[in-house]
Design a protein around this ligand. Structure first.
Ligand code: ADP
Ligand code: MG
Length: 310
């Protein structure tokens, strides 16, 4: 059985177990799940300065997002919020470390995370938004959510910021400051970076060396922020492959019963050994009303299977 096949099987098994009111997590993660809030780097939270352009503050319209299918139906909100609380713990741990590590080691950890999948429609944007909202609830952290899906800038459209300057503008114009285009929101801790103005060369821009610089500048806006990028699908675009190499963590969304296994394997092969890859099994369970819920997170799990194999 291949690495991915085994990872998915274990995730699926844990997903079925979650039909009981237990959290849906991969066995490797289950041990870590009850851990209390992950401590962030030592800093004065109260003194944190606001980030982004205050003149561009955005109202997050939850109803509109729900209508666009990017938030769960209200009757599933509680369960799904619970799944995201579990999903974010290992992500935070790998972005900010723990008290066993020195402050210097912790400050060097990559705080950027790419949400991707093998194919379109697997649930990248759904996962990116719900994960960002969950991360924004963290008292000690904030989140900068970037729309990096130039072919399908669904995030910018759903949030009503499709016409605003954003990532592509930063990539084309080095004199444009990151601070001027990052948009604060009325959800505490949540900031947005829209895709920006359409560009014929978006693919090349996203895969350019400048993207690394821009990502660094975004990370530097707030040392307590996690930077989340909603990306294009790995197998259909060439820029997603280059993008993945810039990120410390990659969340690979797998649509349960939808994404073909060979596609997941190919995508993971393309991402390579650079970033940590966690699998999220999306839409794993159906409730009686016909909706979807259920997430499995295989964070660290691919690593452990890989090392088993070596
Ligand atoms: N967990 C989920 N529960 C309900 N609907 C979902 C879920 N994940 C994705 N969807 C729906 O599936 C469709 C595709 O998801 P989306 O996030 O847009 O995929 P992608 O960004 O990978 O193209 C959307 O219409 C979205 O509403
Ligand atoms: Mg999308």
């Amino acid at each position: 059985m291949s690495i991915v096949e085994r990872a998915l099987k274990r995730l699926q098994q844990s997903g079925q177990a979650a039909a009981a009111p237990k959290p849906v997590v991969a066995p490797a993660e289950r041990k870590a799940a009850p851990a209390p809030a992950v401590p962030g780097p030592p800093r004065d939270v109260g003194a944190r300065r606001p980030i982004g352009n205050p003149e561009k503050s955005v109202h997050i319209d939850f109803e509109k997002l729900r209508h666009a299918g990017l938030l769960p139906p209200e009757h599933q909100q509680r369960e799904i919020s619970h799944q995201y609380r579990i999903l974010k713990r290992p992500i935070l741990k790998h972005a900010f470390g723990d008290e066993a590590q020195s402050a210097q080691a912790r400050s060097a950890l990559p705080r950027s995370l790419m949400v991707t999948s093998a194919l379109p429609g697997d649930g990248k944007t759904f996962t990116a938004i719900n994960l960002a909202l969950s991360l924004a609830l963290e008292k000690d952290h904030s989140v900068i959510l970037i729309d990096g899906d130039a072919p399908k800038p669904q995030l910018s459209q759903a949030l009503g910021i499709g016409g605003e300057a954003g990532l592509l503008d930063l990539l084309t114009n080095s004199s444009q400051s990151v601070e001027s285009v990052v948009m604060p929101t009325d959800v505490r801790g949540l900031h947005l970076l829209p895709i920006g103005r359409r560009s014929e060369t978006a693919t090349e821009l996203l895969a350019s060396a400048r993207m690394r610089q821009v990502l660094d500048e975004i990370e530097q806006l707030d040392g307590a922020a996690i930077v989340l990028l909603d990306s294009p699908p790995i197998l259909l675009t060439s820029e997603a492959q280059v993008l993945a190499s810039l990120f410390g963590q990659v969340v690979m969304v797998v649509r349960a019963g939808g994404t073909p296994q060979h596609a997941v394997e190919d995508a993971i092969g393309i991402i390579g050994d650079g970033p940590r890859v966690g699998l999220v099994l999306n839409q794993a369970l159906h409730d009686s009303a016909g909706g979807y819920y259920g997430y499995g997170y295989g964070d660290g799990f691919l690593d452990s299977i890989k090392s088993e194999k070596q």
